[in-house]
Write a protein that binds this ligand. Structure first.
Ligand code: B12
Length: 433
């Protein structure tokens, strides 16, 4: 049985870790499956269509912006081979599992067991994912997902060989702009057990093995919030130190979970930089986001990280529904006060599955042209879409020496467009994260 896994087209350097997990699990559970893999930012439509046409099953992994392109590819593959069974899964499918003619099956939630069931003959239109335990999951198959290609892009951008790792599944926070709290919707009644942690020693072992095989310089984590458990962070750090796995790492952290001791342990374990969702400098807006952070908790976290010798990247979101120009001024002042190593400024995007999405208002949005960087419709009660974009431009110009890669690409600072820089590599870029 021939099976193709396709990661939707979006331009960044990250590997398709979810499909890496699914591929590794399938190889264990359905050994007769012959796997093939394509990633939209490297493989052309022609290569994907041609490569998938001889498959029995083609499965796509999509976020909302990559879904329309996956539908188009699926139509073309079905034209070549009407017998093929097409599946879509991932964040878009989980947020909006409405059946569409392009896909025979939609999978909601985690895909490993569901894909094994599909390959074993489950032909339902909707196959529910099962929450997996890390004990039953092999490490993601990085040769299947051709991880070297992603590492090359990262290297071309900043001369560091980088790969990502997952340390736990699901996020206990429920920020209004994010799909994460959606896990609780997906698995009702299981909210307590929703977050599953890997054994720290297992994460360190995977890092050690992959860093050796792929000659990595830096490890990043796919976890939206890496430090949800103080005990886990401690165990991870001490395990990494004890075993002498001295590669640098870079996680997303939640400001309220940080402490001077945590920053110190992380630094000693090789933490090079942290990313903090600062979001806003307005106490009112921070409260409305529902993340649980305050201006003071963010201030503390940044100060502790700096004192420990860790660089800080801050992500800011412009455009919460009640946001005024005064709130945005507070954000500007706060961004200055924090004096961060790197800044990212995005505009809120009401993705399906988030609390900002309204099926009435946003159903007909052209999602393939819409993301947190280029969004032509979102406005607050007091700030128009045009004004939000002006704020984004103003802030990116102000911090133009210290921007994240995507913001730099928007300003034209990478020299080439986002698409080209992923294709060719752009030596003057920061981390393509
Ligand atoms: C790391 C990350 C990124 C990385 C890239 C990750 C990548 N490999 O492409 C970066 C920072 C570059 C990024 C960019 C973007 N991201 Co992002 N990202 C994440 C984050 C934090 C983790 C994703 C991850 O790697 N998980 C770990 C892997 C192991 O698991 P997984 O991908 O979830 O896969 C599992 C299941 O989803 C499922 N599954 C996945 N694919 C498939 C396919 C099939 C066939 C099946 C059956 C199942 C299945 O099974 C997998 C194994 O259990 C999530 C938030 C979160 N809570 O997870 C947001 C998230 C996925 N991102 C999101 C968005 C919107 C984006 C951007 C559009 C942002 C932007 N620029 O505007 C881009 C688009 C990227 C893309 N490739 O499409 C949204 C998606 C919302 C939606 N409705 O689609 C999320 C949920 C955050 C949010 N705002 O709510 N992102």
């Amino acid at each position: 049985m021939k099976v193709s896994l396709v990661h939707g087209r979006y331009f960044n350097s990250w590997e398709a870790l979810g499909l890496g997990y699914i591929g590794a699990y399938i190889q264990k559970q359905v050994p007769e499956a012959e796997l093939n893999f394509f990633q939209g930012c490297f493989d052309s439509d022609e290569e994907i269509v041609k490569g998938c046409a001889g498959s029995d099953v083609v499965a796509f992994s999509c976020t909302t912006p990559t879904f329309p392109h996956a539908m188009e590819l699926s139509r073309r593959i079905k034209r070549e081979n009407p017998e093929v069974w097409t599946v879509h899964g991932g964040y878009h499918a989980s947020a909006d599992p409405t059946p569409v003619p392009e896909f025979d099956t939609v999978v909601v939630g985690e895909g490993e067991a569901a894909m094994a069931d599909i390959l074993n003959g489950d032909r339902r239109k909707l196959v529910p994912g099962r929450m997996m335990s890390f004990d039953e999951l092999p490490w993601p198959d990085r040769s299947l997902i051709r991880n070297e290609r992603n590492i090359q892009v990262a290297y071309n951008d900043n001369r560091l060989r980088i790969a990502s790792f997952q340390s736990h599944r699901a996020c206990p926070f429920q920020c209004k702009y994010c799909l994460d709290g959606f896990n609780k919707v997906l698995y009702p009644g299981m909210s307590k057990g929703v977050v599953r942690y890997r054994r720290p020693a297992d994460v360190v072992s995977e890092i050690e093995a992959v860093a050796g095989e792929y000659r990595l310089d830096l490890v990043k984590f796919s976890d939206p919030t890496w430090n949800t458990s103080i005990q886990w962070v401690n165990e991870f750090c001490w395990e990494k130190i004890r075993r002498g796995v001295d590669i640098m790492f870079y996680p997303n952290v939640h400001a309220t979970m940080c402490s001077p001791e945590m920053m110190d342990a992380m630094r000693r374990a090789g933490c090079y930089e942290i990313a903090v969702g600062v979001e806003s400098g307005s106490p009112k807006i921070l409260k409305q986001i529902g993340k649980g952070t305050t201006v003071q908790s963010i201030r503390n976290c940044v100060a502790w990280a700096k004192a420990a010798g860790i660089l800080v990247r801050g992500y800011f979101i412009l455009g919460m529904p009640e946001e005024t120009h005064e709130d945005l001024e507070l954000t500007e002042q706060f961004a200055e006060e924090l004096a961060l190593a790197e800044y990212g400024f995005t505009i809120l995007c009401p993705y399906p599955g988030t609390q900002m999405y309204s099926s009435e208002q946003h159903r007909d949005i052209k999602w393939e042209l819409t993301d947190e960087y280029s969004n032509d419709f979102w406005a607050t009660k007091f700030v128009t879409n045009q004004e939000l974009k002006e704020w984004q431009r103003k802030l990116t110009k102000k911090f133009s020496e210290r921007l994240t890669w995507h913001n730099r690409a928007l300003l034209g600072q990478t020299g080439v467009g986002v698409r080209e820089s992923v294709a060719e590599g752009s030596p003057d870029c920061r981390l393509t994260l």
